[in-house]
Design a protein around this ligand. Structure first.
Ligand SMILES: NC(=O)C1=CN([C@@H]2O[C@H](COP(=O)(O)OP(=O)(O)OC[C@H]3O[C@@H](n4cnc5c(N)ncnc54)[C@H](OP(=O)(O)O)[C@@H]3O)[C@@H](O)[C@H]2O)C=CC1
Ligand SMILES: CC(C)(CO)C(=O)C(=O)O
Length: 324
């Protein structure tokens, strides 16, 4: 069987930065895609205006799109790309429960906790996870900017006997539409390493309001990051992931490679949204408690980001002036 010849109908859930990037790229290369949005207004705008992708070189491309709001229920699909934040997964779990046993879901979230949530409502053989370093920013409900190339790793949480044909076909397809995608036999080690990077870069950039690369410019932030890294590494190791010095070097590399990026957590704070800190530092705190590993620095960061979120959400217009 030629796996790349499997025709897939793809359903992207979430019309934010990642959802619009994936939907537009897949549509522009001729794939069948339906985008499911939270609001009816966005679905209508997309159906009327199409989706516009601003490429890295500044060129714009537009594609027609079929879009429905979530309240109309999920359409039939072979693969559902979950492009909502960790904190929004709970709201879509009841709909995922009704998916056909032949369908697969691919969770694109940063942070942790999605494996536990998805396997409450789906068979684990249906659940796939991505570690995604491709950057995107939603410019409007119908327009998205590709902000950085990266690597899309896709795999089951733990090894399966055979590669899943649908996910394997999606990896082929993603490569054909411009993503650099690879199928991993297990995503867990990559998810842990991404968690460690996000647990350092995201809260520090959000609290100090700096782009990722600036974290490397002061010995104070570098020392802070190193201490946070090894605190989190002790939890990872207790959970079965051996973390090494070269993993720390990878975090430094991510900061360098994304030096001008405004991290997703800082973007959320600037938009006065809730952040994914609970699924990132909060997850480490929870696992630390369960495994008896103290994580006082991550606990403090978690509190500080939650406090900052409350402050910017409560300050209204003043917060816009402050962070705009
Ligand atoms: N942006 C990036 O470059 C990267 C992001 N990630 C991860 O990908 C995930 C998605 O991030 P991102 O796209 O940036 O986030 P956004 O906040 O831009 O988009 C999330 C989207 O989900 C929608 N949504 C929320 N609830 C529902 C629902 N019940 N039904 C349908 N749609 C819903 C939101 O709708 P509405 O707008 O109406 O609220 C929003 O459009 C996160 O976990 C993030 O950490 C990972 C790597 C890079
Ligand atoms: C890799 C990094 C830190 C890039 O900004 C990211 O994943 C995020 O901002 O959430």
């Amino acid at each position: 069987m030629q796996l790349q010849s499997i025709p897939l109908h793809l359903v992207v859930i979430g019309g934010g930065s990642v959802g619009l990037l994936y939907a537009s790229r897949l549509l522009l290369s001729g794939q069948s895609v339906t985008l499911v949005t939270r609001t009816r207004e966005q679905a209508q705008l997309l159906t009327q205006a199409g989706v516009t992708l601003r490429q890295l070189d500044g060129t714009m491309q537009k594609a027609s799109i079929r879009s429905n709001p979530m309240e109309d229920g999920l359409p039939q699909g072979d693969l559902y790309l979950l492009a909502v934040k960790q904190s929004d997964l709970d709201a879509i779990l009841p709909d995922l429960r009704h998916l056909s046993a032949a369908s697969r879901v691919l969770a694109l979230q940063n942070g942790m906790g999605h494996y536990e949530k998805l396997t409450q409502v789906l068979e684990s053989r249906q659940c796939f996870f991505a570690s995604n370093t491709e950057g995107a920013r939603r410019l409007s409900p119908v327009e998205v900017e590709h902000t950085g190339t990266g690597l899309l790793r896709i795999g089951p949480w733990t090894e399966q006997d055979e590669r899943d044909p649908i996910c394997n076909a999606f990896v082929e397809l993603a490569n054909r539409c411009g993503f650099q995608a690879v199928y991993e036999d297990t995503i867990k080690p990559f998810a842990w390493r991404k968690l460690l990077a996000n647990a350092l870069i995201n809260p520090l950039t959000a609290l100090f309001e700096m782009p990722n690369g600036m974290l490397l410019e002061s010995p104070h932030t570098v020392t802070f990051m190193k201490e946070l890294f090894w605190e989190a590494a002790a939890v990872a190791e207790r959970c079965g992931e051996k973390i090494e010095e070269r993993d720390w070097q990878e975090v430094v590399k991510i900061c360098r490679n994304t030096s001008r990026n405004i991290s997703s957590m800082l973007q959320d704070i600037r938009r006065r949204n809730h952040t994914e800190v609970n699924a990132i530092n909060g997850y480490l705190v929870q696992k630390g408690r369960e495994t008896g590993i103290p994580v006082p620095m991550h606990e403090t960061l978690l509190r500080a980001v939650l406090l900052k979120t409350d402050m910017v959400k409560g300050k209204g217009e003043a917060a816009i002036d402050l962070f705009g």
